[in-house]
Design a protein around this ligand. Structure first.
Ligand code: SF4
Length: 250
């Protein structure tokens, strides 16, 4: 039997804290963008399907050549499953993903006039498309205020915390409830980028985090004390930085 959802009792002043967190994100990066490369709604959908359990950088590497020759459902069918496999075989689970991309291309041509539908139900009915993929497409292609919960959003939402939950669905519902309306459109991009480059799983870069003063995670690492030696400070900072850069760091 499913356990009941964990209750999260917001503290007083919580709405102001959440507002302030998103104001900081917006000030640091007013127009956040996803990092998957695409040319149109169809290639966006394909890129998101291919990105499951793969990095955006790895997907982009493969899709640059793929989308040169197959940027519509018909061209994808013309390429065929074997041709598609050749193009995406560097991406994890490529055989299954190729099957899904060919099947969803057929479905788009048969049921939607070759266009990507602007409806959650229709998107989720496509092969290989789940709630997270539908949320990304609805947000980026159609400007809807959806929040796709990936591993980064799930981690930072539980860690800061913003909207704690045991499952992506719980976190998504919580975020939709608490994120102030003006920030809903970009919320998932800010949270993904924050998790990918600053609030990383193993080495969060707390000293350069723009929301450090609003973070309530017990494990957050504060800046090294001023009296520590420069050599020690340098080592600590390098470990915490851990590579990557983001417009969401201070
Ligand atoms: S202070 Fe550290 S743990 Fe908290 S949100 Fe920033 S990077 Fe993440």
């Amino acid at each position: 039997m499913a356990r009941p959802a964990r209750k999260f009792a917001p503290r007083s002043g919580e709405a102001e804290r959440v507002q302030a967190i998103f104001e900081r994100f917006a000030a640091a990066l007013p127009e956040p963008k996803g990092e998957l490369e695409y040319r149109n709604d169809f290639t966006l959908l394909v890129a998101v399907v291919l990105s499951a359990q793969a990095t955006d950088a790895g997907v982009n590497k493969a899709t640059r050549a793929l989308f040169e020759i197959a940027d519509t459902p018909q061209k994808m069918l013309d390429l065929g499953e074997a041709g598609l496999i050749e193009k995406i075989k560097t991406i994890g689970l490529y055989r299954n993903k190729a099957k899904n991309v060919i099947a969803l291309s057929k479905s788009l041509l048969r049921d939607h006039g070759g266009k990507v539908p602007q409806s959650r139900e229709a998107l989720e009915a496509l092969p290989g498309v789940g709630r997270k993929t539908a949320n990304v497409v609805l947000n980026i292609a159609f400007g809807e205020e959806t929040i796709a919960v990936d591993t980064h959003v799930f981690r930072v939402s539980n860690r800061i915390p913003l909207a704690p939950g045991r499952t992506p669905a719980e976190v998504e519902a919580g975020l939709l409830r608490i994120v102030p309306k003006p920030f809903l459109r970009h919320a998932h991009h800010w949270l993904i980028l924050h998790g990918r480059y600053t609030c990383k799983a193993l080495a969060p870069a707390c000293p350069r985090c723009v929301i450090q003063d609003f973070c309530r995670w017990e494990g957050k690492r504060l800046a090294p004390p001023l009296h520590s030696s420069p050599a020690k400070r340098g080592r600590g900072t390098a470990r915490q930085r851990g590579g990557g850069g983001s417009g969401l760091s201070g």
